[in-house]
Every structure is written in structure tokens, then in C-alpha cells.
Design a protein around this ligand. Sequence first.
Ligand code: PAF
Length: 280
Amino acid sequence: MEVITSVKDMRESIFKLPRSIGLVPTMGDLHQGHQELINCSSTDNVSTIVSIFVNPLQFLPNEDFEEYPRNIDRDLEILKDLNVDLVFIPTIDEFYPPGFSTYIDVEKFSDKLEGKSRPGHFRGVATVVCKLLVLCRPDYAYFGQKDAQQVLLIRQMNRDLNLGGSIVTIPTVRDVDGVAFSSRNKYLSSNERKAARTLYQSLENLQGLKSSTPEELKNAISSALAKEPLIQIDYVNISDPDTLEELNLIEKKCLISIAAYVGKVRLIDNLVLDNTGVKF
Ligand code: PAF
């Protein structure tokens, strides 16, 4: 496994890597969700690249960029045991050199849901992922369904800019208590961790609620979350899973998205259901 920190070395190494190439972009502090993405890439491809970069552009000024967990030595230990060929770990100056001034805005998806709550976040995500896709030229790039909006936005950018590879979505990986793996789970106290389970449970409990309207689904989630004093809802949204347009009626399937503060920790989760309440 080769570790590369400069764009120049990366460009040279890419051309020597046998195809097909899978790319797994990460911000490090690797957990089982990342490991699943990496395993899928190494099953599907001859070569796998993992990038580790805590991208300052996708954090708002009041967010946790400074505190975001960084654990490169541990990450490299984990990666050694997986089937990874290249690890790309640029510094901020290497990836955004002084004078950097080109940004990607995916208009269709940037201002809804997460984009509304975290203005500018997706401009940062799209810019960094575009740079990684252009540099690594993967045949496939892997992202988790937990960040459903991020995946839609990256697919749209990939299409619009003819970046070439395919975007692969992997189902959300959950811990034994149902909480979706996320680096931010580390910030939770033990009581908050218990409360965090309610997010997933409130989604799971919707299964089998036949012929419910979006309003009824929203109310069911909101009242389940309201019972948990450590949880403050940011949004509960029922939308079309392909366009993120908010739905008044579920004709085929819907994406149910939750963003909530558990204590001070902001978590997101989602589920796709069809119109008979069956999980997709
Ligand atoms: O999902 C993430 O971890 C990040 O948004 C990504 C895709 C690595 C871009 O920084």
C-alpha cells in the first residue's frame, strides 16, 4: 500500500495503477461504514484508492472543523488490512494552494435539506469530490446512502461535468444498536448515544404503515423523537428520492430524511420506503 501526499505524485501513480480503479473518498477516522465502502471497491475493482482529507470547505464557520476526529496512524493500520493500493492524504495547502478560487455549485440539490441547514456545505463537498474525481480518474467512486443528498449531488455533478466514472451507493452501515456509523458519534455521551437510537427506531417503525401520507409519516417521526428529551429536531422531510422535491402524496417511493441534534451533536439518517411501507 502506497501513501501519497502530493498531487504530482498522485497523478504519476494513477497511470501505473491497473484498471479498473475504485475510489473511496473519506475524511478519515475510519469506521465500519468506510470499511464497507472499501470492501465493495476492492471486490469490484482491480485497484482501490482511499483518500483521507478533512475538507475545510464543507464546514461552516460555526462547525466542528477543528475538533473533527483525526487519526491518521490508526487509519493507516486499518487500511493495511484491507485491499487498498493507494492512500492519498494531501495537506490543505497541497489541495487548496494559496490563490485557489474555483468552486463547484450543483444548483439543483445544494439548497434543500442539508443545504438549507448548512449553507455552503455542498459547495465544499462538490468542489473536493470533483477535484478527487479529476485527479484519480476512477472507474467507480463509492459513497454511503446515509448521506443520500450528497450522493444525488455528486451523481448530478458527475453527469453534468462528464467526469466519466460511475457513482456507486452503498446501504447505510449500522452499529448493533441501529445507530448509523458516523465519525461524529464519538462526540456522544453514553446517554446521548442511547437517545440517538430513537432516530433509527423512528424510521424503522414507519415500515408497514400502509397508505400513509407524507404528513402522517412526518407526524409519526416527530412524536417519536419528541419523547426523547435529549433530541432537538432540525428537520423531518419526505421527498422524492431522485429529485428531493418535497412530496404531498407518495405515489411510488419516498426518501424520509431526519436531521436532529442529540445534545450538541448533529446527526442525520434516512430511509427509502415504497408506497406500501416497505423498505427499499
Ligand atoms: O462523506 C464524506 O465523508 C465527505 O463529505 C467526503 C465525500 C469525503 C468529501 O469530503
